[in-house]
Design a protein around this ligand. Structure first.
Ligand SMILES: [Zn+2]
Length: 205
């Protein structure tokens, strides 16, 4: 028999909780709060609404707690930036990246005196392009073949030590393109506290 799905809602502590009711295909009632905060309740085929209501009343506190925890961890939706705000952030971020490049990346790479090809040296000294866009899932990326770098516009809202970490991370890819142990050893040589900086950055995503 096919499973039947209904959209339902229950009230607990003055709050309405919509849930997907999956009927059939299970032996006992079970409830799951998904990572996005939505609720799924699966029930055996012959379960009455009364049994469902009693079950939800029993689990109400736990459900409310789980949903609240998920909502508290969700990043606040980024307000749409106006074109002017975007341009202003872009300009500030580019200036910050160039500062990091000059004051952090170049002195540290030079100090390590690593064996590099002429092309690697050239890209590190002066990348072919530094592009800045609003991005959803990453802070930066590096095209080590083309010599170009991309950075997330929202990086400008992060603490400076995190911006420095991302800039160093991407420039280091000109020396070591992957995320191998060799890359991490290189990062440690270039920026001994990169892990702490990265952890701080990830907290903010
Ligand atoms: Zn990387």
């Amino acid at each position: 028999m096919k499973q039947q799905i209904k959209q339902k809602c229950f009230r607990h502590g003055g709050v309405d909780y919509p849930y997907d009711l999956h009927i059939g295909g299970v032996k006992r009632l079970n409830l799951r709060v998904r990572p996005d905060g939505s609720i799924r309740l699966s029930v055996p085929r012959m379960t009455s609404q009364r049994q469902i209501d009693a079950f939800l009343a029993r689990c109400g506190d736990k459900i409310a707690e789980a949903v609240a925890r998920i909502q508290a961890n969700k990043p606040s939706p980024k307000a749409e930036l106006s074109a002017t705000e975007q341009a202003e952030k872009k300009e500030r971020l580019l200036a910050t990246i160039l500062d990091c490049h000059k004051n952090v990346v170049l002195p540290r790479v030079t100090a390590l005196n690593l064996p590099m090809t002429d092309e690697q040296r050239q890209f590190i000294a002066s990348p072919q392009a530094i592009c800045i866009h609003p991005m959803k899932s990453r802070w930066g990326s590096c095209n080590f073949k083309k010599g170009t770098l991309n950075f997330n516009l929202y990086l400008i809202d992060q603490p400076i030590e995190c911006i420095e970490y991302v800039v160093m991370h991407e420039f280091a890819h000109f020396i070591q393109p992957d995320h191998s142990p060799a890359y991490h050893a290189l990062m440690t040589a270039l920026m001994p506290d990169w892990k702490a900086r990265k952890a701080k950055l990830n907290e903010k995503i």
